[in-house]
Write a protein that binds this ligand. Structure first.
Ligand code: CA
Length: 699
């Protein structure tokens, strides 16, 4: 007996003395499913956003409270930005990213900062990002932290000090609007990074670099370029056969990979989800049609030699912004009594896919949300079966569901092996797709050719599609999905788009746009705990254990694509949208709230300015096209994120042209529009805003 305990003591002492170097994640640790840490963006190798930690459970989650907070607001300009990353925790140190690609390393027990990396990004890149200057996370591997910055650099940092070890330019062309918002993915001996910008008319690709030296190993283009210029790799020749030879090559084709990827070390396959088309309408992009590979697809790439091992296209000939960049979850499950290695994903198009991740074989696909563009997926061909020509909006506007935000966007879903359920932040939102006549690629602006028009005001254009009020209703939920049976297990309805999910054996955690951090029973969906934080939450939470205590942490900060298409119940209308990392633990205290938002009254319009009514219509259209994406709607529905342009003080009226055309507020992220707007255009926008201000001031 004594001998055994002495042996045990020795074993424990040995295991404790063998300390890992700082930020040490390797294949062995990932294989061991190191339960106390959160080693990848998705927690484990399988990217399940799941942890087996169960000290916080259904019996005690009531006692969850505030542990610490860390300021992760922006370092460029003074505008609060969205936070979308899932923090990684390795041996008590938390690593995560914020706006522009900033990296924060902190003590995960106390929230005390250890180091920061604040990349010197030119603020004008804000104008090139469709969906705020966000970043979706870092990768940590063998003492190094990798991040992609908004302006296109992949940076390798020393995990102990934050020192820059190397920094490489990942962009092929700096004259077009590429950005990076995606997390890097380690696969074998490389670190892979994608990019964003399909809305702005670019050609998507991913690039792999040597983990240690930063030397470029390979680049995989997602869509072909003009065949006249040859093909960069054999897959592009294959893909080019699915595009019209006379495609609008200048618009890049899109397909940018900006989501969470995954890697299976045993199969040595890197999985990448690819984005939507550029421009959206295929009749302008690839006039003779075609599947347009590899848009909206899952790619399985051998990271050693760049060869495409298999692909699955979710939405052939994509025209609805149906990206397949939504997070990819790997799992080993039993289907029809057979053990299967699967990849699961719920892309924007509304179907939940279960694929064999070794071969790409489609195992099943069912609608997880409301879908009207396809009736089902044909299991023989693996292709969606379109309804009414896929609600093509070529000849007339069409009501399409899911909307361009998808049935599920970037907010990670989680998979819980204990319940066997996937927890999806689901959205059922109908939208009228309406295109402009003709198409011309323009630099640095939205090149989708979609008339956004405040998103939902075009309902009047589709009377034949609206049979009852229900057809126009939007609904959102936390959806528990049984991926084997392909059906709903439970649904917790809510009124708007909420954050990513994280699950533990008994619980599901999710933050909301209304500023709550919630814990649900993983089996039933019952909301067991709700903590008010005062900050809109989009990111997915993380959990980890230090010295026997389980923590749950989340990045809180609203922004992203939600700023313009936003619901009035968002907490960002009441409290200052301060970017924070928040951590909770059992027996924790009250969560401190950010300061209340001051209501900005409409200032008196300048007395000497007279509205030129003949310019108002043009001004409204230009506002919708150029300004709405950031500045959004006016008045009560306006966020603190970007100034409400119907409330301009006199000084800004005087400087209006200098701001819009000369970029004098560039440091705040308001870059010059001189390459797309003329002085006459700017005057029309100004007149439209002045009229709004006069009307609001009178009220
Ligand atoms: Ca998109």
């Amino acid at each position: 007996m004594k001998k055994i305990s002495a042996f045990l003591f020795l074993a424990i002492a040995l295991s404790c003395s063998k300390e890992n170097p700082v930020g040490w994640v390797d294949q062995q640790r990932l294989n061991n499913q190191h339960a106390k840490d959160w080693l990848t963006l998705g927690g484990n190798q399988q990217m399940q956003h799941y942890s087996p930690l169960n000290k916080v459970n259904t019996s005690n989650v009531q006692q969850l409270g505030f542990a610490w907070e860390y300021d992760a607001s922006t370092h460029i300009g003074n505008v609060p930005r969205g936070l979308e990353a899932t923090p990684i925790v390795v041996d008590g140190v938390m690593y995560t990213s914020g706006a522009w690609g900033a990296v924060y390393a902190l003590d995960a027990r106390t929230g005390k900062g250890l180091w920061q990396y604040l990349p010197p990004v030119d603020a004008s890149y804000a104008r090139r990002s469709c969906c705020d200057v966000v970043n979706r996370g870092v990768a940590v591997w063998q003492g190094k932290v990798y991040v992609g910055t908004l302006d296109g650099y992949l940076v390798c940092l020393d995990a102990a000090t934050g020192a820059v070890l190397w920094r490489v330019d990942t962009f092929t062309d700096r004259t077009v609007a590429y950005t990076i918002t995606s997390p890097p993915q380690v696969a074998g001996n490389i670190v892979m990074i994608g990019n964003s910008g399909a809305e702005f008319g670019v050609r998507g690709y991913v690039t792999a670099y040597d983990l240690v030296s930063g030397e470029q190993k390979w680049r995989f283009f997602i869509v072909p370029g003009d065949p006249k210029n040859g093909f960069e790799h054999p897959e592009m020749e294959v893909a080019s056969k699915t595009w019209d030879a006379n495609s609008h090559w200048q618009s890049g084709g899109g397909g940018t990979a900006w989501g969470e990827s995954a890697y299976d070390a045993e199969l040595n396959l890197l999985y990448v989800g690819t984005g939507n088309a550029s421009p959206y309408p295929i009749w302008f992009r690839s006039p003779n049609g075609g599947d347009n590979l590899y848009l909206a697809s899952i790619l399985a790439i051998n990271p050693d030699d760049r060869r495409l091992v298999w692909h699955y296209q979710t939405t052939p000939g994509e025209i609805w912004d149906y990206t397949a960049t939504q997070n990819l979850v790997l799992a080993d499950v039993k289907i029809a009594d057979k053990s299967r290695k699967v990849l699961m994903t719920a892309p924007k198009n509304g179907f939940f896919y279960v694929l064999d991740r070794a071969t790409g074989e489609l195992i099943s696909a069912e609608k997880y949300t409301k879908v009207n563009w396809a009736s089902h997926v044909d299991m023989k061909t693996g292709r969606p079966v379109l309804t009414e020509n896929g609600q093509s909006y070529k000849d007339k506007p069409r009501l399409v569901v899911p909307y361009l935000g998808g049935g599920h966007v970037w907010q990670p879903m989680s998979y819980n092996p204990e319940t066997g359920l996937v927890y999806i932040p689901e959205r059922a939102v109908p939208q009228v797709f309406k295109t402009f006549d003709g198409y011309k690629w323009l630099p640095d602006v939205d090149n989708t050719n979609l008339d956004y028009g405040n998103m939902f005001k075009f309902m009047k254009n589709v009377p034949d599609q609206i049979k009852s009020a229900e057809d126009t209703l939007r609904s959102e939920s936390l959806l528990a999905w049984d991926p084997i049976a392909q059906k709903v297990a439970w649904k917790f309805p809510d009124g708007g788009p909420d954050g990513g999910t994280m699950s533990t054996p008994e619980l599901v955690f999710q933050g909301t746009r209304t500023g709550y951090f919630n814990a649900h029973d993983a089996k039933t969906g019952e909301k067991l705990k709700s903590i008010f934080t005062g900050i809109g939450i989009m990111a997915a939470p993380t959990t980890y254990e230090i010295d026997g205590e389980q923590y749950i942490a989340v990045m809180a900060g609203y922004g992203g694509a939600e700023t313009s298409a936003y619901l009035p119940d968002g907490v960002a209308f009441q409290y200052q949208n301060t970017g924070k990392i928040l951590a909770f633990k059992l027996g924790g205290g009250e969560t401190p709230l950010p300061p209340k938002l001051m209501k900005i009254e409409t200032p008196a319009p300048p007395a000497n300015m007279v509205v030129k009514t003949e310019l108002l219509e043009k001004g409204a259209a230009l506002y919708d096209f150029y300004c709405f994406i950031c500045h959004g709607a006016f008045g009560d529905r306006h966020l603190s994120q970007h100034p409400d342009l119907s409330k301009l003080p006199e000084a800004k009226h005087l400087l209006f042209n200098n701001i819009v055309l000369k970029g004098i507020l560039k440091e705040n992220g308001m870059a010059s529009f001189s390459n797309s707007l003329s002085e006459e255009d700017v005057e029309a926008i100004h007149q439209f805003l002045l009229k709004k201000q006069i009307d609001n001031y009178k009220r």
